[in-house]
Each structure stands twice: as structure tokens, then as C-alpha cells.
Design a protein around this ligand. Sequence first.
Ligand code: PLP
Length: 405
Amino acid sequence: MAFCFEKDQLVIASEGFLSVTMQSIVQEIGKPTYVYDLDEVVRRLKHLSGAFTENTTIHYAMKANSHPEILKAVAQLGLGVDVVSEGEIRLALKAGVDPGKVVFSGVGKSKSEIRHAIEVGIRQINVESVGELRRIGEMAGSLKKVCNVAFRMNPDVDPDTHPYIKTGFRDNKFGMDESALPELEEVLKANSEYVHLTGLTLHIGSQIRELESFLDAIQKTLPIWDHLKEQGYPLETFDIGGGVGISYTEENPESDYALIAEYGAAVNKLLGDRAIELQVEPGRVVVGRSGVLLTEVQYIKQTPYKNFAIVNSGMHHLMRPSLYSAYHRVEPIEKYTDRPSMVYDIVGPICESSDVIGHDRSLPRLEEEQWLAIRDAGAYGFCMANTYNAHELPEEVVVSEGRKL
Ligand SMILES: Cc1ncc(COP(=O)(O)O)c(C=O)c1O
């Protein structure tokens, strides 16, 4: 059931267990706090695992939220991770993720990161440029260790999402188009002993709720997979990346489950009878709705033009609204049905006018020292938090089966 209201209190409800109120967490911690519902994370990971063909590995994109308890749950389910730095490889392995289930994405992998990935024996490096493949060749050769690579293709699709999180359009820095293949093949040939091309990979962007762009990208890339396979490359994997979005504007988690199921069925159909190990790299859809950020109203400031509710979490705790004009629902952790509605801009303490959590929000009249929940903050929340203006980082609490871990 995840986050819901019970007797006017926002709680995490888990079937068969006592609900945990946000009020109890506020009373215990008294500071801005991210709260995660681990049971909902697990439910979503299981749903994803069942949505695609049997020969599928889910690689949770840990950049969305790398809390150790979430990584531990991923490892315990026998799933993999998509990482984008040496630091993430280390966190994943520490949490018990099998190195053979780690894929490494990102356009700027350093020599030491590539060396580390090869040394610990990850499943594959997702290659983003010819220069990177050369570097992998050098590092694998000097270590005398085989490294599997997958070419990240840029399918030139333009999904319906914020421009800053589109990654599969021809102008984006990510992936490579077909014209890079001859040079890539030359580098492969020169490093054939230690660098093996075992797959192709895609990731066209994030917070995408229409399936057309995903399917278009896959359809454009499968012929390249077929062509390379015919050339004799030992291709095994096809990685369709992450990117499935969540419904930030409404309390409708079922729509995420339905979208995943529909996506899975459509992808399975596209793959046909190819012998492919499918890899999927979901991040946001796993953790986004599974977290809230609790923040306290410091002041109510009324001007002739606006009502401001100034809270103690701003762009330093949750960057998404300032960075992408992202929408997050905001609501009191206790429902006050007897208070009249007022319209507020919910703003943080940071000395920037972009430090706004939400514009023009209609809420039951707010008061100082009242706590609010910024909903659907589990993805790209804490992991992007910073200490700008020398503020403290928020706290984190993980709840599972009716208790705080
Ligand atoms: C390569 C790659 N895979 C997966 C993801 C996860 O995307 P999402 O959280 O939208 O599922 C990202 C996000 O940026 C990414 O860059």
C-alpha cells in the first residue's frame, strides 16, 4: 500500500504489519528527512523482473538512489545494477551485488575507473565513444584480463520529457550512431584478445511515460544487433536502458505497474525469437514513489503578491524542481480538514530565487513548525543533495515491514 493516509496521518502501510506514521519519524529525528518504503521498492523490482522475457536481467540504475538498504535488497533478489562511476561499483559490491551483474554506463569513464571495473570482473562496460573503447583496450591488455563491452547506440529519438533528461537524441552527448561502427570494429580487431563485443545498449532518457519512443529506439537498434551477430561477434545481451517514468501529479501507483506490464509485453514482442539476454536499467520507476522528503515550515510570509511557506528543505535537499522545473506533490503529514485552503509558494532557505519546491499550491492553511511531505522524492533526491550555503544534508530513514531499519 506504500504511502497513504490513515486516520488523517500520512503513513507507510505494509500488509500484515503496523503502519509507520511520518509523525513518529518527525518526533524522533526533528530534521529534514527522506523516508523510504523498502517493501514498495521490492514490489516494484519483482514486478519489473516478471514483466520481460524469462531471459532478462534487471540492472537497477543505482544513480537514482544508492541507499545501502536498497542495494542490499537488489542483491538479495539476485538482481544487478547499472553504475556510472567507480564509487557506485564499490557501493554495489559492498552491498553484496554480484560483480557479474554490474553494467557500467557513462560518457566520461576515467582510466582508473575502467581499470577497477576490469579488475573486479563486472559483466560489461557500456561504451560511449571510440576513444573509450581504445582506452578499454589498453587497460584490458595491460591487465591481461578479458573485458566484455556493449556499444551504447544513439537511436536519434526525441521522447516526450524534459530536454535535460533526453539522452537518445542525435544532439545529445550519449551513445554513438551507426557511422561510428567501422572505427569501433577496427579498435575491436586490434584488441580482440581482451576486448569482446557482447552486446548493444540504449538509454534514451528519463521520466518517459509514452512507450512509442522506447519501442522506436529498440526497433532502430535491433537491425544493428542482427548485423553484428551475422558478422560473427559473440553478441549475447541487448540492454534497453531505463527511463520509464512515474505519475508525479497524482496518487495512482497502479498506473506505473500497468505501464511496466505494457512495456514488457511490447518489448518481448519486438525481440521475437532472437536468442537475446535482455537487460533493463530502471531507476526512477523503482524508487521514485517509494520515498518522501519530510520538511518543516519555518515561516509563513505574506506579501501583497504572494503567500510563501518557507521550509527547511530547498534545492540543496531536492534539486529536481529547480533543475528541471519538476513537479512534486506537497502535503501536510497530518490532514487538517477544518482549515480553509490557501495558495502558497513552497520555498526553501537557499539564497537563490530558483529555490522553489512548488508554485501556487493550494493547501489547508499552514502554520509555522508544521511538517510537510514532499511526495515521490525517492529518485534523484538524496543522491543529488548537497551542502550549498553550508547547510546539513538531510537524514534518511528506511522502513520495512512496519519498522525502521
Ligand atoms: C545509462 C542509464 N541507465 C538507466 C538510467 C535510469 O533512468 P531512470 O531512472 O529514468 O529509469 C539512467 C538515468 O539517467 C542512465 O543514464
